[in-house]
Design a protein around this ligand. Structure first.
Ligand code: NDP
Length: 336
């Protein structure tokens, strides 16, 4: 069993030395347990938070422990009534070839799924994140302007497509010309602006002639600075992630402290700025999401694109790349 453990905590951006590949004999399941073989491993930005022991909404991975992560796995051996060998399951077994489970937290997947890995993407956690943040907090109406950054990624790509279904004018923000072209041509956004362009704030303003009614926040940093002056009265800002800040230590990136002026703006423009952690919403909303998104995907109204990395050993470098924008689409590792 190959497994990737956290070797040390990163200072700033993670480096390959923060991870260690270990090999161990495959354990056999005891009574009440199953043995899982990982087929697909999801790589997600939140994992940067688990590598750190700074205070957060979830406990960090301990040094020497297997890196956490969502997986699609096959049951290899079972000492449980409810799972049999060959079953496909959604699991949280982390960065390893095989894992022992007592069945808790395993969700059976249909055997005939066209794209099993999409259970880690549009039909799973990132898709649910997009759906909840946009519809329950952003509440876009037809004709309003919705802006989302990391627009070619797992969450952003779905946010923009749902906003189009709701009749909004949708502007994406992405890194580089290739991603921007993909966002407009394949995903159907009305426009997409490269956040690395020198005149990015002006280009963004020009693509939002009626201001911004919903800004779905995925990145923070300088992108947020460019968005703030464009927010309309009563704009909604679902705060989903601030990936541009994950490698920082919390000290301001540059310039004067803008926090007092921002809180004044929240008041004057009656903004609704609301953070959320998707794990809080499974019990109440997941079934509704699964039904609606399943339908949209089946009808081809929501498209989904993956960036597939071959082999567990490449997970660390792929994860490091995710925090630099090197992925194009939902990042998944084909483990076996
Ligand atoms: P993506 O597939 O979008 O990949 C991450 C992307 O972020 C990169 O490709 C890059 O896109 C962009 N990015 C990285 N660094 C920067 C930077 N410095 N400035 C601007 N953009 C950057 O990831 P996900 O869709 O999985 O996640 C998107 C966001 O959603 C993250 O912030 C994540 O933490 C958050 N999230 C929050 C959840 C919650 O419960 N609140 C649940 C799931 C995700 P580009 O090259 O286009 O800039």
């Amino acid at each position: 069993n190959r497994r990737i453990v956290l070797a040390s905590r990163p200072q700033g951006a993670p480096v390959p030395e923060n991870f260690r590949l270990e090999t161990q004999p495959i354990a056999q399941p005891a009574a009440g347990q199953v043995l899982l073989r990982t087929l697909w491993l999801s790589l997600d930005p939140y994992m940067r938070g688990r590598m750190s022991d700074a205070p957060s909404y979830a406990a960090p991975v301990a040094i020497g422990d297997v890196m956490v992560g969502g997986t699609v796995a096959r049951v290899e051996a079972s000492n449980r009534e409810d799972f049999k060998p060959g079953d496909l399951v959604l699991s949280y077994s982390g960065w390893q070839d095989c894992a022992i489970s007592d069945g808790k937290g395993l969700t059976k997947l249909p055997a005939d799924l066209a794209h099993p890995s999409w259970a880690l993407g549009v039909l799973g956690m990132p898709g649910f994140t997009a759906w909840h943040g946009l519809l329950k907090i952003g509440e876009p109406k037809a004709g309003e302007t919705v802006v989302v950054a990391a627009a070619s990624g797992a969450v952003g790509s779905v946010v923009g497509q749902i906003a189009k279904i709701r009749g909004a004018h949708v502007v994406g923000i992405a890194g580089g010309e290739k991603k921007c072209r993909h966002v407009t041509e394949e995903l159907g956004f009305d426009a997409c602006i490269d956040h690395r362009a020198e005149d990015f704030p002006h280009l963004l303003a020009a693509s939002c002639p009626k201001g911004i009614d919903v800004y779905y926040e995925n990145v923070g940093g300088p992108v947020f600075d460019a968005v703030v002056p464009l927010l309309n009265d009563h704009a909604r800002v679902p705060v989903c992630g601030v990936i541009a800040q994950y490698n920082g230590d919390g000290t301001p990136l540059s310039g004067p402290d803008r926090l007092p002026s921002f809180i004044g703006l929240v008041l004057r423009k009656r903004l609704r700025v609301q953070g959320f952690i998707i794990g809080d919403h499974y019990a109440d909303e997941y079934q509704d999401f699964a039904q609606e998104m399943g339908q949209w995907v089946k009808e081809g109204r929501v498209k989904f694109f993956e960036d597939v990395v071959e082999g567990l050993a490449r997970a660390p470098e792929a994860f490091i790349g995710l925090l630099e924008g090197r992925n194009h689409g939902k990042l998944v590792v084909r483990v076996s």
